[in-house]
Design a protein. Structure first.
Length: 601
């Protein structure tokens, strides 16, 4: 099958905008708790009326400070309650929000603020403010730098004391679905980021059809809640926030991506959004802890049983013996894993890259079903997603309502629907390269659609490696399988115009801490461990596991373990943890070349 379409479930009227639900719910259900705000060691409830009042008051302040309809305003912050207040206040004032990752460099900030023509910028921390100050002289259009931790929200709010409710309502309702809501700059793995223009229609059409369609069950149970910890500058986290607010699902924000565990346990979400690396680290951490406690064999049996049960459920149902084993391990192992997420979570959505079938089956067997989806910033994030009662693990699901997926003759995934962005900001030529005359968005990804309409992404069109022998190799599936090993942090498969396929691997420092304890290597450095025979044997096991899924010509023949980690801070990965392939290959060209010195391999 080359094309599959799902009918739209919810239309969005022309006069609608993203603030309507916030203001309407405050009048109709003022006491409904819509957000729980992190406050010290606990969570403070925020009602629909309270959230609307904060949004409205800040919007009035923005109007008083001279922000006019269509003005762009930067927003640089970790994931926290104030992010949502600022975002909706900007929309209520008729402005366009321009998210910036809180880890961005001064050069990146300068580019985004200058390219978008932003008139102001909200930052969270004093260090963010100082980074903006470094380039402020080169940003003449920026009139205000408001720092949240300098009490900026209160100061801007105070400026709007004389702005009437009538003025605010006139400004708020002046925006409709055709108007620009946000410009999200793609993190990108090559070159400078491009600004994706997303309208109120893009966001509302996507959110309302997601909520009424495949994931409806996640947002209809009483007391439902979801915790966000991915950066809200990321399009997927952003659209999920809109979905949660549209559905009155209780929303929580956790600002520390690397230390989210305590917030999970105290917030106790029913629902979670994460990228595959988060699920990999949860699994790998559980393996390491079990091994350290002398229960490694028990955990392996438990993991194998969870995976086997899930696979059986996909093909007719588990046997009585398998069901009994799963029940036993639920008491011994799975319950503890669920408790680490707060004990209430039964579902999660994964996006950003491929999760991997083994992990998908493992978490479903444990009792947390992960629904994998697919999309890009240019498609308002999701275009497809799996669904409760129809989760085909190993695929990224069916198209969302109102979305059509087509597979081109060369295998490229083409997408059509009202969720497709309005084009790149200040880049009409780039827009014309990805949206054709018939309105199809060309994703750059390669995939296939099965007979039931489920999409499987098999690689990137521009990242297909062609060996010197002319063999086409998709690196992504190999990389995903290698990263599944507990000791591996990142993997980059190489081999373009080379005699064979090879890999660049880095180690996971967190996992290695437990490894060193288990193997009496407490003083070993990351450089030491990258050359350690036992560690290299584990990496070889990961390579062997990956090689089992491909033909001999596609198999990895050699690998190098780098003595460093590839992180966002070092400039080697994007905020969603995708490797910047060109950066890594350029910086470690010598190490890669050395893999091919002896081509007899």
């Amino acid at each position: 099958m080359r094309e599959y379409s799902v009918p739209m479930l919810v239309d969005v009227p022309p006069a609608a905008n993203c603030t309507d639900t916030v203001f309407e719910r405050a009048e109709q259900q003022p006491g409904t708790v819509v957000i729980r705000r992190l406050a010290g060691d606990g969570w403070s409830a925020v009602t629909a009326r309270e959230f609307r009042d904060e949004v409205a008051a800040l919007a009035k302040g923005l109007i008083a400070m001279g922000i006019t309809p269509g003005d762009r305003v930067g927003l640089m912050s970790r994931t926290r309650y104030e992010w949502a207040v600022i975002d909706y206040a900007l929309w209520a004032a008729g402005a366009v929000s321009v998210p910036i990752y809180d880890t961005s460099s001064a050069e990146q900030i300068k580019w985004i603020l200058a390219d978008s023509g932003a008139r102001a910028v909200f930052v969270e921390l004093a260090e963010h403010r100082d980074t903006v100050r470094e380039v402020e002289d080169e940003l003449p259009a920026v009139e205000h730098v408001w720092c949240v931790d300098d009490d900026a929200l209160a100061k801007v709010t105070a400026a709007g004391a004389e702005v009437t409710e009538e003025t605010l309502e006139e400004r708020r309702t002046s925006r409709g679905i055709a108007d620009l809501a946000t410009i999200i700059y793609t993190a990108g793995t090559t070159g400078r980021p491009k600004g994706c223009r997303l309208t109120h229609d893009n966001l509302l059409f996507t959110a309302r059809n997601v909520a009424a369609g495949p994931l409806e069950q996640l947002f209809e149970s009483p007391g439902r809640s979801g915790l966000l910890f991915l950066p809200l500058a990321h399009s997927l986290a952003r659209i999920i926030q809109v979905v949660l607010i549209e559905t009155a699902t209780i929303l929580g924000h956790s600002p520390n991506l690397r230390a989210v565990a305590p917030d999970l346990q105290s917030f106790k979400p029913n629902f979670l959004l994460a990228v595959p690396r988060v699920f990999e680290k949860v699994y790998n951490g559980a393996v390491q802890r079990a091994t350290a406690d002398g229960k490694g064999k028990i955990f392996k049996l438990a993991a194998d049983s969870a995976i086997a049960w899930s696979r059986a459920e996909s093909s007719g149902g588990a046997s009585l013996g398998l069901r009994l084993r799963r029940a036993l391990f639920d008491r011994l192992v799975y319950g503890k894993l669920r408790a680490a997420t707060g004990g209430q979570m039964t579902a999660a959505v994964s996006g950003g890259s491929a999760l991997g079938e083994r992990l998908g089956h493992f978490f479903r067997g444990v009792g947390i079903e992960v629904f994998e989806g697919y999309g890009l910033t240019e498609t308002s994030a999701p275009s497809t997603v799996n669904m409760p009662g129809g989760n085909k693990i190993g695929t990224v699901g069916k198209p969302l309502p109102g979305v059509t997926i087509r597979i081109a003759d060369d295998g490229e995934i083409l997408i059509k629907g009202r969720h497709i962005f309005d084009g790149y900001w200040n880049a009409p030529e780039a827009t014309a390269e990805v949206i054709d005359e018939e309105g199809w968005f060309h994703s750059g990804d390669v995939g296939e659609i099965d007979a039931d309409g489920y999409l499987r992404v098999t690689g990137r069109k521009k990242e297909i490696l062609v060996t010197a022998a002319g063999k086409n190799v998709a690196p992504a599936p190999l990389e995903d399988r290698i990263r599944a090993h507990p000791l591996v942090s990142q993997a980059l498969v190489v081999g373009d115009d080379r005699p064979f396929i090879a890999a660049v691997v880095t180690l996971d420092a967190e996992a290695l801490a437990q490894w060193k304890t288990n193997n009496n290597l407490g003083s070993a450095t990351l450089a030491d461990l990258s050359a350690d025979p036992a560690v290299r044997a584990e990496v070889q096991n990961a390579i062997d596991e990956a090689n089992r899924m491909v033909s001999k010509a596609e198999q990895i023949k050699k690998f190098v373990v780098l003595p460093i980690e590839l992180t966002e801070e070092t400039g080697h990965v994007t905020p969603k943890q995708s490797i910047k392939r060109h950066v890594v290959m350029a910086e470690f060209a010598k190490e890669i070349d050395e893999l091919y010195i002896d081509t007899r391999s």
